[in-house]
Design a binder for this molecule. Structure first.
Ligand code: ADP
Length: 624
């Protein structure tokens, strides 16, 4: 038997390993299974190039819990190690790797450490003693290496007959939770669900089908079979041409078993130059809550789960998507800020952005109707992308849609073509009208419809930001929400309405109305409008409202604390206004104004609480 000292400068490295990786003890299993996988894949390669003469067969990796013995076994049928290799790879290389790691990351935050593979020595995060029994594919005699966490190890001959490596972890008292079957099953499904070598964890019973012509009362036979916990060939490792729509959907269910809704689209990523990246992204049905939906994309490195926080790797707007990204080229052992500055990562982000834009373009072209029907569920991602990624903004011109209240969907160019003649004002600006809520702004929409104008429905939470951007990027257009002003003011044409009232009469009405309506809330404006347009109308100026909205949805607006200011537009040409002017009885005049104001507030959804109760009371009085 050989004894020796592992060559390290740190007296006892294991307490350090434990301390620094406290929050992430569970990664030991991922690390050991990764090693077992590497050992198996290396053997496969050697067999393929004729450097190993063994029969590769159908190797698996087995994870076993021995609860009574307080042990976990991880067994592979990979290439194994000779005694010299154990000396070199385990005693020297692995150890110096662990030491270097600690040196480098002592001061790093736990988030970074969690994404770093510590390798073989992470076993000591949960074990007080580790045995490694291994037999090389070369046929050399098997050996057993033992270490109890001190720099001392032993290396002896062993009678293991079959090739491969078995790691035995003697679980420490403070880590006994890892002897629970449920705990290990959970870890396997988190980290190893898609690893390339089948992983066996326990057995399960399977019922055999009855042979043909079997007796009616015959009992079907049951057998014990290996319980394989992973899918070694997940969809993203295949070529897009091998996969049908159902396969993509099935894989989505595999990734998110608790998800009932089907994804809307999928995008298969597949590059090998200038970096390696594969993956499948899915567009799920979106809600309007942007923050609820992040952290669903899973990042893998050669089929090993790394993290579901892809911040800095995937452009922000795409973190709302779901799916898998797998790349050996993403550096994982670095801080997030370093990651964001990494050249490869930048290329990856711009590749993914381009790929998503191209896919949207082709989906739109191939089946516009289908694309339109899904627009409402995907618009938030697209609009977010248009706002945050200049390249995506450019490309989106081909597929970003502008839905109207009549259920039509225009691209930007189509929309402009449609409204250019009718909705261009006297200064040559084309005014794009929109509503944020068909029901709440119904009376304003009716007024614009009467003019034959198109009204868009724009209701995402970030829409005011996007409108602002479109107004700066596109030429000679502006957006106006239908309740921003009286329609003739929203799109000012040259023709001037003749006023039925003289300037003097207008002033008289204005004074009368201002006496009744609260000054702090409303600016009264007397306008000559169509005689069948509403007599009283409350509007909220576009600019002010938009700034407030932008501030609410996360922008640095300076208007957040302003009170809501409204305009009260009074139609000088409406008979009711003439009536108010002519009314001699002051009490009756006030009654008319109050009732009209409340009706206008009702149309804007502003009549609430006590004001609403009073209005209802007064209305009953009137119809009595
Ligand atoms: P890494 O895997 O990053 O190289 P590790 O500390 O995990 O570092 O392992 C060190 C080395 O020990 C590996 O490179 C490999 O040569 C060897 N090794 C570890 N586990 C196994 C195993 N199950 N079978 C064969 N060799 C192994």
């Amino acid at each position: 038997m050989a004894k020796g000292n592992i060559n390290v400068s740190v007296e006892n490295i294991f307490p350090l390993i434990k301390k620094f990786l406290y929050s992430d003890h569970e990664i030991f299993l991922r690390e050991l299974i990764s090693n077992a996988t590497d050992a198996t894949l290396k053997l496969k390669h050697l067999c393929q190039i004729g450097e190993s003469k063994v029969d590769y067969g159908n190797p698996i990796i087995e994870v076993k819990i021995d609860k009574e013995g307080k042990k976990i076994h991880i067994i592979d049928q990979g290439l194994g190690m000779t005694s010299e290799e154990v000396e070199k790879y385990i005693n020297q290389i692995a150890f110096s790797g662990a030491e270097e790691f600690l040196d480098k990351y002592k001061d790093a935050d736990a988030g970074v450490i969690g994404h770093f593979g510590l390798g073989f020595y992470s076993a000591f995060m949960v074990a007080e003693k580790v045995e490694l029994i291994t037999k090389s594919h070369t046929g050399a005699d098997a050996v057993i290496w033992t270490c109890d966490g001190s720099p001392e190890f032993t290396l002896e001959a062993h009678d293991k007959k079959d090739r491969g490596t078995e790691i035995i972890l003697h679980i420490a008292e403070d880590s006994l939770e890892f002897l629970e079957e449920g705990k290990i099953a959970g870890l396997l499904s988190k980290y190893n669900k898609f690893m390339p070598i089948p992983i066996k964890f326990g057995t399960k019973t399977e019922t055999l089908p009855l042979p043909e012509g079997a007796d009616k009362d015959a009992k079907p036979e049951t057998i014990e079979v290996d319980n394989i916990i992973n899918n070694p060939n997940p969809a993203w490792t295949k070529q897009p041409s091998e996969l049908k729509d159902e396969d993509y959907k099935a894989f989505y269910r595999e990734l998110y078993p608790a998800q009932f809704e089907e994804p809307l689209f999928n995008i298969h990523l597949n590059v090998d130059y200038p970096f390696n990246l594969t993956g499948i992204l899915y567009f799920p049905k979106m809600t309007n809550d942007i923050n609820m939906q992040k952290d669903r994309i899973q990042l893998y490195q050669n089929q090993v789960f790394v993290t579901d926080n892809v911040e800095g790797i995937v452009p922000e707007f795409l973190t709302m998507l779901r799916g898998v990204i797998d790349s050996p080229d993403i550096p994982l052992n670095v801080s997030r800020s370093y990651l964001q500055a990494d050249g490869n990562v930048k290329k990856i982000a711009s590749y993914i952005t381009r790929k998503v834009a191209d896919k949207m373009t082709s989906l739109f072209k191939e089946n516009r109707e289908d694309f339109e029907s899904k627009w409402n569920d995907i618009k938030i991602v697209i609009e977010y992308g248009m706002l945050s990624e200049p390249k995506f903004f450019e490309k989106s011109n081909k597929f970003a849609l502008y839905p109207t209240i009549d259920g039509k969907y225009f691209t930007y160019d189509e929309l402009l073509e449609k409204i250019k003649d009718t909705q261009t004002n006297k200064d040559g600006k084309t005014v794009i009208l929109y509503t944020s809520n068909k029901d709440e702004q119904h009376s304003y929409i009716e007024a614009t419809k009467a003019k034959g104008y198109e009204v868009l429905v724009l209701d995402s939470p970030i829409i005011s930001h996007l409108i602002q951007k479109l107004e700066t990027e596109k030429e000679n257009i502006s957006f106006a929400r239908v309740d921003g002003d009286h329609i003739d003011n929203l799109i000012k044409k040259d023709e001037n309405q003749i006023s039925k009232l003289t300037d003097e009469e207008k002033e008289t009405v204005k004074v009368a109305i201002e006496k009744v309506v609260p000054k702090e809330g409303y600016t009264v404006q007397i306008e000559a409008m169509d005689s069948d347009a509403a007599p009283f109308m409350i509007t909220q100026p576009e600019f002010m409202r938009r700034m407030k909205e932008m501030q609410q949805s996360g922008g640095n607006g300076m208007f957040g604390n302003f009170p809501d200011m409204y305009n009260l537009i009074v139609n000088a040409n409406h008979p009711l206004v003439s009536e108010i002017l002519a009314e001699k009885d002051e009490a009756k005049k006030e009654g008319l104004i109050k009732q009209s104001l409340d009706l206008a507030r009702l149309a804007q959804g502003l009549l609430k609480g006590e004001a609403l109760t009073n209005f209802i009371k007064r209305s009953y009085e009137l119809i009595k």
